[in-house]
Design a protein around this ligand. Structure first.
Ligand code: FRU
Length: 469
């Protein structure tokens, strides 16, 4: 059937003026990015969307698109929970282009069976036109969970084309054993054969962080420099963090060589990936709110997608590196401050920031200091985000207190170099996305505008080598 668009859904088509980097609808709740695809040159991003309120609820697929990765346009809702097999939600999934030019979206159809319990199956919908109208397949659901293991979930299909047909991976976890991913294969995208376990926790060598009890939103990245599997770590209805497992996809399974945090911040989850016509792997993640339920209700919206990130497997096939794509990176082009000494006498170098959204690039040389401190705030003492580069601890400590609630405490971003630190900060209203020159990221929701950036050193002077925006 074709999904009609009732009048109330026009809210999803509103233009997003003023929110250039971070796609979200004007009102309602959003979580994971879904169905990323470049179609007739435009980048299409779908997302988990609950239009009725700023809380997670009856999940639809919202839809926005862009031709420059910066300005986003709204589209009608793509998928709504309106069939017996998805009556309680169209949860996460992906989209692929078929050989005849149509697009098929694979998603998780859910039916609630008890408090916090959902039957989950893999379903699909097809679009023949400009992706504004979708027909759910008559053969839905296409895939049900394998019988046998006691699963804690079965969701979030990711589909890719292989030399002989199509493969799909689905996120899951086996009670008492940990996260796992199942694999299916198909010749026609409609009939899927179960091909076994793609990866189970027992096969992941020492990981940089806990691997939880279920893996959500598995995404496979196949670059010239190596493969990576991105998973979002779930435990008993808690969404924890996101891991990048670098390794090799071979013989229907994934062999992990290194398991690292994908983003070190508090507010990043469920990233999805796509390959564009330039061969770039791009990803968007979901950045949940870090403010109270009352503040969310007052704002009438909750959650946004991060800016796109370009992914490469780098550094001896150890790390899934994240960088801003050139379209965004090039915006920080004008030198504002050339080479300034950063004193260690308790005073600070203060430089005004531009209006937001702002992209700020800075480079620091450690000099004789042991730590370099960077603080975003106002002209006085108010701080919205502070950074401490602990050079010999090989770490950048990122602290957003007191400018956000939710999970408290600082996070740390590994930094290999003891000599130099390059940082790119994308500061946009209530979010800061931090990229290190080494390809690590931290995403933090920060409520409170920053008008000034301050630099100070401890243990000896350091140097601000460049500041551009
Ligand atoms: C991740 C997730 C997915 C699920 C969706 C439901 O945030 O829990 O596993 O499909 O959100 O909205």
């Amino acid at each position: 059937m074709t999904i009609e668009q009732p009048a109330s859904r026009t809210q999803a088509t509103q233009q997003l003026s003023g929110i250039p980097f971070h796609p979200r609808p004007e009102t309602g709740w959003i979580n994971d990015p879904n169905g990323l695809i470049q179609h007739h040159g435009r980048y299409h991003v779908f997302f988990q969307y609950s239009p009725a309120s700023a809380e997670w609820g009856s999940i639809h697929w919202g839809h926005q698109s862009s031709d420059d990765l910066q300005h986003w346009e709204g589209h009608p809702i793509a998928l709504a929970p309106d069939e017996a097999y998805d009556r309680d939600g169209c949860w996460s999934g992906c989209a692929v282009a078929t050989d005849d030019g149509d697009v098929i979206a694979f998603y998780t159809g859910v039916r609630q069976t008890a408090e916090q319990q959902w039957d989950q199956t893999i379903c699909a919908a097809r679009s023949a036109g400009p992706l504004d109208s979708w027909t759910k397949l008559a053969s839905n659901p296409l895939v049900s969970p394998p019988s046998g293991p006691d699963l804690v979930g079965f969701r979030d299909p990711f589909v890719w084309q292989t030399a002989t047909g199509w493969s799909m991976i689905v996120g899951s976890g086996v009670r008492g054993q940990g996260g796992c991913i199942f694999r299916y294969d198909s010749n026609d995208l409609h009939t899927w054969q179960y091909s076994g376990v793609f990866l189970a926790e027992v096969d992941v060598p020492e990981a940089e962080a806990w691997l939880g009890t279920m893996w959500e939103c598995p995404q496979l990245v196949k670059t010239d420099g190596g493969d990576a599997l991105v998973i979002s770590i779930h435990d008993e209805h808690r969404l924890l963090h996101t891991m990048a497992l670098v390794g090799t996809e071979e013989g229907g399974r994934f062999v992990v060589s290194k398991a690292s945090m994908l983003d070190c911040g508090h507010d990043y989850y469920a990233p999805a990936v796509m390959r564009d016509s330039d061969g770039r792997w791009l990803s968007w993640g979901w950045s949940p709110e870090a403010r109270s339920a009352d503040e969310k209700a007052g704002a009438r919206w909750s959650g946004l997608l991060t800016a796109p990130r370009q992914l490469t497997v780098d550094r001896d096939r150890q790390l899934l590196v994240q960088r801003l794509p050139r379209e965004l990176r090039d915006r920080a082009a004008g030198e504002v401050s050339a080479s300034r000494a950063i004193p260690d006498d308790g005073s600070a170098v203060a430089i005004p920031l531009p209006a937001q959204p702002a992209l700020v690039r800075l480079a620091l040389a450690g000099g004789r200091s042991s730590q370099v401190l960077v603080r975003l705030g106002d002209d006085g003492n108010a701080t919205s985000l502070s950074l401490a580069w602990d050079r010999y601890g090989h770490v950048l400590i990122v602290d957003r207190e007191p400018s956000a609630q939710a999970v408290r405490g600082a996070v740390s971003v590994p930094v290999d170099s003891t000599e130099d630190l390059e940082l790119l900060l994308l500061i946009d209203d209530s979010i800061v996305e931090l990229f290190t020159g080494e390809g690590r990221t931290a995403t933090e929701r920060v409520y409170g505008a920053a008008s000034t950036i301050h630099f100070a050193a401890i243990g000896g002077p350091a140097e601000l080598t460049t500041l551009e925006y």
